[in-house]
Design a protein around this ligand. Structure first.
Ligand code: ZN
Length: 140
């Protein structure tokens, strides 16, 4: 069902400092978007190969990332897997008994369709599923 890890989400309290840390290691910023519907600013960085990093800043204390930062502090927030068919993946997860945060796809950063599996269902790790576009790179 899962194709490949697309990105790893990291919650940050100081976006500019976090971007500086990763760009100094050679990653480059490929996307920077404020997503008011999710109360976040998402900055994606790419390495020459492999999964991207998504830095997540909170637009306020009362947003999902703001609450995460208050409770757990800065650090790893989620792992995002690409799937070929998101609606089918959600249905599959539900039939397997995974608790879903999203039971229907929603639109996130970059206009991508996504859904989250609840961390309670995954040993404390928030899992994002996003739908690959037709013809998008697949894992070997
Ligand atoms: Zn993400």
């Amino acid at each position: 069902m899962l194709d490949h890890i697309d990105h790893i989400g990291i919650a940050v309290t100081d976006m500019e400092a976090a971007v500086a840390l990763y760009t100094a290691l050679g990653l480059r910023v490929t996307h920077d978007e404020t997503v008011p519907s999710q109360g976040t600013r998402a900055v994606f960085l790419s390495a020459p190969q492999g999964a991207d990093i998504e830095l997540l800043g909170a637009l306020g204390d009362d947003t999902p990332v703001g609450k995460f930062l208050a409770k757990r502090g800065a650090g790893m927030h989620h792992i995002c897997y690409a799937v070929p068919d998101l609606a089918a993946a959600i249905t599959y997860c539900q039939h397997q008994g995974y608790e879903m945060i999203d039971t229907t796809p929603r639109i996130g950063a970059k206009g991508k369709l996504l859904a989250f599996i609840h961390p309670k269902a995954m040993g404390g790790v928030l899992i994002e599923l996003y739908e690959m576009k037709r013809g998008e790179r697949r894992a070997n």
